[in-house]
Every structure is written in structure tokens, then in C-alpha cells.
Design a binder for this molecule. Sequence first.
Ligand code: SF4
Length: 272
Amino acid sequence: MPQRSSLRARRAHARRVLDALERAHPEARCALDYRSPFQLAVATVLSAQCTDERVNMVTPGLFARFPDAGALAEARTEDVEEIIRSTGFFRAKTRSLLGLARGLVARHRGEIPREMATLVKLPGIGRKTANVVLGHAFDVNEGIAVDTHVLRVANRIGLVDVEDPVKVEAHLMELIPRERWTRTTDLIIFHGRKVCDARRPACGTCPVFTLCGWESRQAWAASEPPAPNRRGRTTREASPRRPAARAKRSPARGRRKTTAARRPRGRSRGGR
Ligand code: SF4
């Protein structure tokens, strides 16, 4: 997407991307297991620097022992640390969880508030966590949760061109209608996990390939591991020579080659 595109064009681009992601990933959901807004808030705090799978392995034991804010507010630090240890940063997370539970009991009768401004004043709750809780527990679209996947994928596709999560969220909110904000988070995170991997994006089978930024596709093509062909050459060694060799043999083939050369490189590799 050209950087100087009008807002209208960027919104249209965002809509096409989201429509394509929706068609490709209808199963995209929040991957954390929870039974209440409080449990979702706890799971989201635990998911920092940790996979959702790991969090889902830990939370059944945690919630069995401390099912709500009242119970967790009474917990001993070492007990919580022991249960959540495998999620990493367990001391800081324990401090956040106990602070959150005690804050909820002291100021909100143990309930998770539904307003962004109130939520982010609670210990351990930043804007990203608040967006997740409001969107999934209350169906309130207050913003777009920007985690590492959203940050990476939104930049790669060309929805945004900025690395600061706060600015990424603001730009996405400008492009995407409010009713799609929570869904945007789910779709992009899912896409980032399943297709647009940080180190090896599967551009060849990507459902938004034709909408994605050219630079990303170049980066993907360059990162392809060389595969030996029948002559024992790698594809990287062989491919630059092919157009010239064919052009010598037949002008017609040369013309076809010109067309093929204009095709995005990832297309032919992915077989789409
Ligand atoms: S084409 Fe590649 S870089 Fe672009 S979104 Fe798809 S997987 Fe990611």
C-alpha cells in the first residue's frame, strides 16, 4: 500500500484485508480459556511473554484454587508463584495478579469494571489487556489489542507503517470500523500464528498475499532456503539465468518469460 494513499484508499485496503482474513480464518477466536471476565483478565496477564497453550495449562489449577477476585486477593504470594511459575516472569505476574485482585475487591466489589478508563487504573492492566477483556468478556469495542503478532502483521501487510503499539492501535482504529475492532485482533493474531510467522511467513499459501506489502514478499522470497533442482543447482543460483537461456532458444518463450517475471515471486513458489 503506497504510503501517501488517501485515508479512503487505506480504509478500503483494510476492509479487503479483513474480509480476506475472515474468509480464511473463520475459526479465529481468543485462544485463552476462561469462565468469567475476571478469569480472562488473569489469563491475559499471564499470557505476556508466554504462549496461550501454556497459560491454558496453568489456569485450570489456578482457578480451581482461586476462582474469583475475592479468593485471589487472600492468596499467599508463594502459592500463586508456584502455580504460575511455568508462564515465566512469575514473580512480576504474581504481583500484578494479587494487585489486580485486591484492587478489584477494594474498589469494585470484586467485579471487573466495563470502562477502559477504570480498567487501566488497576494493577497489571494495560490498554492491551483491557481491550481483550472488554472486547471478549463484554462485547465492548473500545480499541484494538496490539500484541507482537498484530504489530508485526499489520506492518507487513501495509495497514500501518509504525512500530509503536500505541500508534499502531490508533492507526488501525482510524482505518477499521469500530464494530470490527475486537474481531480484528482475533483475526490478525490467528493469522500471525498460523501463516505470517515472525521468522518464516508462509507467503506462498497466504490468503492476503495479493494485498500484502511488496517488501514483505521480497523478504520472504529472500529467506527461502535454496532447494536443489535436477541439475543440482539451488533455485537461487538457477533462477536468474533462466530468462536469458530461454530467450535465446525461442522468442515466444522469451515473451512468456517476461510475463512470468512480472508475477510476484512468491506466487509460483506457493503453488496458488
Ligand atoms: S504475504 Fe507473507 S508477509 Fe504478507 S501477510 Fe501473508 S504471510 Fe505475511
